[in-house]
Design a protein around this ligand. Structure first.
Ligand SMILES: Nc1ncnc2c1ncn2[C@@H]1O[C@H](COP(=O)(O)OP(=O)(O)OP(=O)(O)O)[C@@H](O)[C@H]1O
Ligand SMILES: [Mg+2]
Length: 214
């Protein structure tokens, strides 16, 4: 399956919806080990993207991803604003001049985006952050694409890996961000950024599953 940027409005609306539906739960998570603002930061970014939907669908992938990244960077604030901004801006560089992308391309682009987030956050897997979802998802997608598994299986694996990654943060000690100030007390709580990343990934998977049916 090949996709142009015309799919972006559906993806953005699905992401906004899942964040809206789970906002209270994420805020409770963030209040336990962060400062409770993660969902508001994210919603500020998403609310800035929604009015751009029609424009994004007309742009080529590189320009659209760049615009998403710049918008998130300038509206979200917080650690997550610069990290999600970095993710999209680096994916925009990785996509190059491709007009249509398939799962192989997405895997390659995602790997580069996640690498940039690691550099920007000076962090890696196991530090109780969004990277505990993003890293395993990018790796599982790469493996799935290389093994040429079917699209439904690939999509299923991506959401499943995101859920496992999110769950894995519960027993981790936070060593990055505000949660790290709590040291051992950070153990026992899921990281808010890991939860929102998982929710967004599973929502995106849902849109692609629907598209694959048509
Ligand atoms: N250095 C980092 N690398 C990767 N992810 C990070 C890093 N710092 C924070 N995060 C992620 O960002 C989330 C917090 O985002 P939020 O929008 O609340 O920004 P913030 O309040 O400035 O950040 P924080 O509370 O972590 O200092 C965390 O739950 C974590 O997943
Ligand atoms: Mg915060």
């Amino acid at each position: 399956m090949q996709f142009t940027s015309e799919i972006l409005p559906d993806l953005i609306m699905a992401v906004a919806e899942t964040i809206e539906q789970n906002a209270e739960e994420v805020t409770v998570l963030d209040q336990a080990i962060g400062d409770g603002d993660h969902v508001t930061n994210l919603q500020r970014g998403l609310n800035a993207l929604i009015p751009l939907n029609a424009e994004l669908a007309q742009l080529e992938w590189a320009q659209a991803l760049q615009k998403i990244g710049m918008t998130l960077l300038s509206t979200m604030g917080g650690a997550s604003g610069s990290l999600f901004g970095t993710l999209f801006i680096s994916m925009s560089k990785a996509v190059n001049d491709r007009v249509e992308i398939n799962s192989n391309d997405v895997s390659e682009i995602l790997i580069q985006g996640v690498e940039a987030v690691k550099k920007r956050g000076k962090s890696d897997a196991g530090e109780k952050t969004m990277l505990d979802v993003l890293i395993p998802v990018s790796e599982s997608m790469k493996q799935g694409v290389e093994a040429a598994i079917t699209l439904p299986d690939l999509l299923e694996n991506i959401c499943q890996t995101a859920v496992e990654g999110m769950e894995s943060t519960r027993n981790m000690l936070a060593t990055k961000g505000r949660a790290s100030y709590l040291e051992e007390k950070s153990i026992g709580h899921i990281d808010a950024g890991a939860r929102t990343s998982q929710l967004m990934i599973c929502a995106i998977v849902g849109v692609f599953k629907d598209q694959a049916k048509d």
